[in-house]
Design a protein around this ligand. Structure first.
Ligand SMILES: [Zn+2]
Length: 226
């Protein structure tokens, strides 16, 4: 019995550092670079009306963006997800149900992330690698689970607050005043009621291009430079 206890203690001593070494996900708010590369991102995707309109605008200016999709909306409008991918945009995860992640157990967190991943794989044999927690709220539990599932956590530095029906001109000013090389800009394609976002995009995208900025996907911004 004593031997067994000693062996158990030894085994846990060996396993302890392994546990502490568990890969936590990295968190990115922006990614500094010298080439004026920036990333435009859309949360709560897709929306039956605005996603198509936004894709048309991105196509017009020939730029790429990143869509953080809600699994249960993607299930409802798969054709919009397929269009995002077909047009060269990055599709990333915004959980299955737009859940408040800080309240969830590791198991529920894993389910929220994995259900969206499975749907995207079934739909397009595509696996997302980036996760944006709803409302940008996260704790160690999310970093641990996201790390285990091989995701990086992406937040933002420029917040348009378009979801709150911020006037178009305010959004344009916020973006133009705060964008710098490496910025990640947060917009939404799903907005309840009238969206100020398409009109704002038509104003700030050409101005940023004129100022020498290059719009790339979040993965291109962060990982093509590493
Ligand atoms: Zn959201």
């Amino acid at each position: 019995m004593r031997r067994l206890i000693i062996s158990l203690i030894l085994i846990s001593l060996i396993l302890l550092p392994l546990r502490a070494d568990e890969q936590m996900a990295d968190v990115y708010f922006s990614y500094e670079n010298e080439d004026k590369r920036i990333a435009l991102t859309f949360d709560d995707s897709p929306h039956y009306k605005y996603t198509a309109e936004i894709l048309d605008i991105l196509d017009e200016y020939n730029i790429k963006a990143t869509f953080f999709v809600v699994g249960q909306l993607a299930e409802k409008y798969p054709e919009l997800i397929l269009r995002e991918l077909a047009e060269g945009h990055e599709v990333a995860s915004h959980t299955w149900s737009h859940a408040h992640l800080t309240m969830l157990s590791d198991k529920s967190l894993e389910d929220e992330i994995y259900a969206t991943e499975e749907l995207l794989y079934e739909l397009a044999e595509y696996r997302p690698t980036l996760l944006r927690p709803p409302e940008g709220k996260y704790g160690d539990n999310l970093l641990r689970v996201a790390g285990k599932l091989d995701y990086e956590v992406i937040l933002w530095t420029v917040d348009t607050r378009d979801w709150a029906h911020t006037p178009t001109e305010t959004i344009v000013n916020t973006v133009l005043e705060n964008t710098e090389s490496g910025s990640i800009i947060l917009c939404h394609d799903f907005i309840g009621g009238e969206s100020p976002t398409p009109a704002a995009l038509r104003e700030f995208i050409p101005k940023l291009i004129e100022n020498g900025y290059e719009f790339v996907t979040v993965s291109d911004l962060i990982f093509s430079a590493e």
